[in-house]
Structure formats: C-alpha cells, structure tokens
Write a protein that binds this ligand. Sequence first.
Ligand code: 1GP
Length: 279
Amino acid sequence: MKDTYKKIQVNREKNNKMLAVLLDPDKCKGRVLSGTIAALKSDVPDFIFVGGSHTELSIDSLIDLLKEEVTTDIVLFPGNSSQVSTKADAMLYLSLVSGRNAEFLIGQHVNSAVAIKKTEIEVIPTGYILVDGDKPSSVEYMTNTRPIPRDKKEIALSTAVAAELLGMKIIYLEAGSGANIPVPGEMIEYVSRGVDIPIIVGGGIKTAEQLTEAFEAGADLVVVGNILELEPSRIKELVHATKYFGIEPYNENSDDEDCIDNEEEIEKFKRYQSFKRTL
Ligand code: 1GP
C-alpha cells in the first residue's frame, strides 16, 4: 500500500508543493496517451489522477497501462460511482459540498460504498468545491449544481470548514476542467488560512506562473489536465516549477547558497541550478 494521504501530509508539513496530472480515459487515448506517458516518464509528477465528469472508456484499462509504464501513485478522481476501480492506489472519495444535489453529496457513495469497503483501495474523503471558472463546466452540467461565485470567498471558506468538521481529509477547489480562469488566488488564500487540512486546486491551470500563484496562495497540490492533453511536453516546466517552488525567487540574484540554512534546501537549490543550465 502506498499510503497516498500520508505522502500528501508529509509533503505539506515540509512545504513541499505537489503536482498531479489528470488523465481522462476518454480524452487520453491513442497518440495523446503515448505522448503523455513518454512525458510522464521523463518528468515525474507526484500523482496521476484518473477520472472525469463523464467517461465512456474503461478506467481499468487505462490504469493497467499506466502501471506497466510508471511507478507514480495512481489516484482515482471519479465523476460518479461507475468510475470506481480497485486497480488504483487510492481514491478521492469526493462529496460535492458546494452543491445541493444529494446524489453527489451522498447518493453515489451509497451505490458503491459496500463494494469499495471490500477492497484494499485507500479512500481519502474529499470535500469537493466547485468555483466559477468563467465558463460552464462539465461538473456543473453533469451534477446539476451551481459553482460558488468567484467573489464569494466567504462562502468557499464556510463550505470548506463544514467539510473539515464533517471529517473530510482534503479540500479540492475546482474551477472545472478547461476553465477559462483558475480559482482566484484570493479565494485559495482565504480558504487555506481557515482550514487545517491539505488543499488541492485545479481547473484552468495552464502555465508555471498560474501554478506558482496557486502555491503562493496556499495550495498544497495542483492538478493539471487539459493543457497536457494538448501539449504533453509542458509537463517539464510544470514539474520543475512544483519541485523548485520557492527556491528561485529566494536566490534570484545570487549563486551563493550560504543564505540557505538547511541541507535539504541546499540540495534542492543545487538541483535547481543544474536544471536551469539544461534549459
Ligand atoms: C479538473 O482540476 C482538474 O477536474 C484539471 O483541470 O483540465 O483545466 O487542467 P484542467
């Protein structure tokens, strides 16, 4: 067992930011899939999430294929109970707490709970919060729920705290796959200051700058999907922006590592310098 949640907690404690690549079985196939796998082998993210709001192709086959090629933790990100697969290492057990549709708060869970409990898959209860990404999202359509308006950070916080008090282990702030704009940094910051559990942020993140902004605002883990389906080679800059988050600005005008007082950070800085030379 990989103990995926523990890995998230340990990284969060050390302020090591994390990246997950989302693969949707319906979109990630054929040439896109082979290009993505090649990219994931040379620049390895912390997690691979598998799932989508609406999938027709088999999740199991995609996971089988991934397991032959990579050792990264594979985490289910199911759009509904039909997407449960016991082949994954862990599963985000999502409850759409921003919505008021009982089916996605508890109904889908009831459908699959007994079957899931019989397996060894690690289940991570997750408060899933949909935020307006300036475009109708598949999540919004498929779940028949409305996203939280972008300027309502107080509602996002109250929703996240309610999820935490209900015992959920992670908050996922979601702007929707392919969102025009990601979850606002101000909202991420407000929520992350008000809860004591890890924060995942995803939807519409396409560049290293947007990823860094989400981390600076308080995201522990960022999820990217769409952009890598279009340009798998972008994984390199996103993996490196995650791995070396916080290192570059600190040493912007200096090659001197004396200003860093911890060995782990010095090693990280040296790796970062050698990565920069490869660009
Ligand atoms: C969607 O948060 C994920 O559930 C990723 O979104 O596909 O826009 O990167 P993108």
